[in-house]
Design a binder for this molecule. Structure first.
Ligand code: ADP
Ligand code: MG
Length: 232
């Protein structure tokens, strides 16, 4: 058993060497922890604003941990090390750069092929990410291997009889694929295929996508208004 398996939340925090995201408002604290040669990432919703942390924190940490468990062993998804407490999880560290910080023109076609394969492997396990539009949730390492993080918004495939959930899951899978096309449009527009351009155009006008975005934005604004002290 590694030592990261045993440390308390405070002890883990004492070994933080970098803060990826400061916790405030509806946001968790995300930190890189280093212990000897071991590295891990601590995502801690107890550092969000108190009411958000109390009411939503356990649900958010549960959802992220559930997705990581469902995706265990998929190359490109960080492994869950453990749920440190109801509001905090510890996961494998990915040594990569967020896609939003990747400059245009440096990413080749093989990276997008890998991204589509990763999206496919995730969907095969019954998980749609649902937040790949955010360029902070895709990391790319120095070998061009992509990774996905931040599974709080994920959606799982419904049971066989649940036709509505299965239909919605299909739509969320499509949204994940369109997010890859969107990233390609930003980083390597010359590589876009006619099918991808068609997907991007359809996404722009798709009613379900617009409704989902509206619900997502409104929920976020409402929880900020009710559960946090100031705008995050
Ligand atoms: N497992 C990880 N390995 C490396 N960096 C990570 C990992 N998880 C998160 N990060 C970094 O922390 C940032 C914020 O984490 P994220 O889970 O996306 O939180 P938020 O919900 O606040 O967006 C990410 O954009 C990424 O740069
Ligand atoms: Mg994120």
């Amino acid at each position: 058993m590694s030592s990261l398996d045993q440390l308390s939340l405070d002890a883990l925090r004492a070994h933080a060497i970098e803060t990826y995201r400061a916790g405030r408002g509806t946001r968790p604290e995300v930190m890189l922890i280093k212990l000897g040669n071991e590295r891990a990432v601590l995502k801690d919703f107890s550092r969000s604003d108190p009411w958000f942390s109390r009411l939503i924190g356990p649900l958010a940490a549960y959802r992220e941990a559930r997705a990581l468990r469902l995706l265990e062993g998929v190359p490109g998804i960080p492994g869950l090390i453990r749920r440190v407490n109801p509001r905090a999880i510890l996961m494998q560290h990915i040594d990569g750069v967020p896609a939003k910080q990747t400059p245009k023109g440096v990413v080749g076609p093989e990276v997008f092929e890998r991204l589509y394969r990763l999206v496919e492997a995730m969907h095969q396990r019954g998980v749609a990410h649902c937040d790949l539009r955010s360029g902070g949730n895709t990391l790319i390492d120095s070998h061009g291997q992509p990774y996905f993080v931040d599974f709080v918004s994920h959606c799982v495939r419904g049971r066989r009889w649940n036709l509505f959930l299965r239909w919605a899951f299909g739509k969320f899978c499509e949204a994940d694929r369109v997010a890859v096309a969107r990233l390609k449009k930003r980083l390597a527009p010359d590589l876009l295929t006619a099918e991808e351009m068609h997907g991007l155009e359809r996404d722009r006008t798709m009613l379900l996508g617009r409704i989902a975005r509206f619900i997502g934005d409104s929920t976020r604004k409402l929880s900020r208004l009710i559960l946090t002290r100031k705008k995050a």
